[in-house]
Design a protein around this ligand. Structure first.
Ligand code: UD1
Ligand code: UDP
Length: 477
């Protein structure tokens, strides 16, 4: 099977590692297409090197520009490559411009699209990412969703349950596997260095109680641990801070309020690996220099993944507007404060591990201090269950693709039936029957399921018992 992947930014590289590993492990042909949206060594190449990913077959080299220009260039480049390579499937991940460009181009060439991390919604249409993920979900054939909540969102938008697969999030695969590697390296450093200088990983071990279900770590992988990060890891009360969202960093008032909050957090050591976009706007707004003068604020360049995982896992709090960090924080049992007023990761808030503090200075400062000073509050947040799966998302995604390919279903066909050959109906089910039996008996496809006992929606998996449920379904004529 020939599988193409389009990616272009730091989080896509990290979140596609387990998928790429599985493709290679299973002997499929991989066509890796880098759009070149992120191009600094710290934002791209260092991850390929550290995570031992194959060099992309193509780099379109789009660089930075306006959304229209950048997406247009990506589409042109991707089309040329897909016409030449004719892959069986194209995979995209997340919500960047690469996802929009890849999904749109491939679907028009009748190449099936698999959207990894589909079904996320912030309902904020001013976010470029919301436009990208919604548009990609119109063009996709396979929806690999991280949680039941995302699956329900897609089925409410009219996507067939047969195309939606709850796999967990591949970020958990990346997190578990690489944290093991990072730990091993820290142990090696510990064992080989002067004990008085060594990093004490006790905090970090307490936090990382997650089990590793993915491929066992390869301790021969190279680590980029710098002395700088090893020294930072020795600090107490670390806040890992990242931000790069347009709505924060391009808005002077919001960015100033956030920076003012950070400057007030004197009881913490704030480690801030700065995204290049944020560094530029902080400099332009005259906010960089004053912050860099504070002794407890450590402004550093973007880190490699192993360094960054260790930093997060040693932190007391993660303060961020990143999507990936909200997921990683709850995976690593670290409370997070999200610098946004909405999130497409609501599970993290519902589980109790994440608070949306926006750009509200007092709320940011009070929340951080409460986590520091109120142990039961800290415990409650750090013990929030991880909704993003067990670290086997990459394997599940490949199992699904292979199964579909073997059945001859991995292709885009015109439908046999026209739309009005089915009627959409609602019903309260009073018999003991599973979703798949109901569908077979009634020549139907269930769209949504509502459980009145819990006043909540359920995703119609094959084996869900429908007794007492309200269902919406299409009945074929
Ligand atoms: C992009 C994604 C965002 C994702 C983020 C991950 C879109 C619309 N945005 O946002 O969803 O969360 O990546 O980090 O796809 N720059 C550099 N060097 C680089 C890359 C960027 O200096 O290697 C600077 C440039 O000034 C550029 C700015 O950062 O104009 C913004 O980069 P861009 O890729 O447009 O958006 P991100 O904010 O990185
Ligand atoms: N990350 C990293 N080094 C850093 C900052 C972030 O390796 O200095 C990783 C982080 O662990 C996560 C991903 O980059 O997996 C998140 O990327 P980003 O915040 O840029 O994008 P988003 O997730 O918001 O799309």
């Amino acid at each position: 099977m020939k599988i193409a992947i389009v990616l272009g930014t730091r989080p896509e590289i990290i979140k596609m590692v387990s998928v790429i590993d599985e493709i290679i492990l299973r002997g499929h042909e991989l066509i890796l297409i880098h759009t070149g949206q992120h191009y600094d060594h710290e934002m791209s190449d260092q991850f390929f090197e550290e995570l031992e990913l194959p060099t992309p077959n193509y780099n379109i080299g789009v660089g930075s520009s306006s959304h229209g220009k950048q997406t247009g260039k990506m589409m042109e480049g991707i089309e040329e490559i897909l016409l030449k390579e004719t892959p069986d499937i194209l995979l995209v991940q997340g919500d960047t411009n690469a996802v929009l460009a890849g999904a749109l181009v491939a679907s028009k060439l009748h190449i099936p699209v698999g959207h990894v991390e589909a079904g996320l919604r912030s309902y904020d249409i001013t976010m470029p990412e919301e436009v990208n993920r919604k548009a990609a979900d119109v063009c996709s054939k396979y929806y690999f969703v991280p949680t039941e909540k995302s699956a329900i969102k897609l089925s409410l938008e009219g996507i067939s349950r047969k195309d939606i697969f709850i796999t967990g999030n591949t970020v958990v695969d990346a997190c578990f596997r690489n944290l093991e590697i990072a730990k091993k390296h820290i142990d090696d450093i510990e064992n080989s260095s002067n004990p008085s200088n060594s990093f004490n990983p006790s905090n970090y071990s307490n936090h990382s109680n997650s089990s590793n279900n993915s491929t066992s770590p390869d301790s021969s992988k190279s680590s980029s641990f710098s002395n700088e990060i090893l020294n930072l890891l020795k600090l107490d009360n670390i806040i890992t801070l990242t931000m790069h969202r347009a709505e924060n960093v391009d808005n002077k008032k919001r960015l100033t309020d956030i920076i003012d909050a950070i400057a007030e957090l004197k009881d913490f050591n704030i480690v801030f690996p700065i995204h290049p976009r944020t560094k530029k706007t902080m400099e332009n707004f005259g906010l960089y220099e004053d912050l860099s003068k504070l002794d407890n604020v450590h402004l550093i360049k973007p880190l490699g993944y192993l360094d960054f995982l260790l930093l997060m896992s040693k932190s007391l709090i993660i303060v961020t507007d990143s999507g990936g960090l909200q997921e990683e924080a709850i995976t690593l049992d670290i409370p997070s404060l999200t610098l946004r007023y909405n999130t497409e990761r609501p599970e993290t808030v519902e589980m109790g591990g994440n608070i949306l503090v926006g750009a509200d200075k007092d709320f940011i400062v009070d929340s951080a201090n409460k986590i520091l000073n109120d142990k039961s509050f800290y415990d409650k947040m750090s013990l929030a269950p991880n909704p993003y799966g067990d670290g086997t998302a990459g394997k599940k995604i490949l199992d699904i693709i292979e199964d579909s390919y073997e059945k001859g279903e991995c292709k885009l066909d015109s439908p046999d039936d026209i739309m009005d050959t089915f009627t959409t109906l609602m019903k309260i089910v009073d018999e003991d029957i599973t979703v798949s039996d109901f569908e077979i008996n009634n020549n139907a496809l269930i769209r949504t399921v509502f459980n009145p006992a819990y006043e909540s929606m359920k995703f119609p998996t094959d084996d869900l018992n429908l007794k007492g449920m309200n269902i919406l379904y299409d009945k074929m004529s």
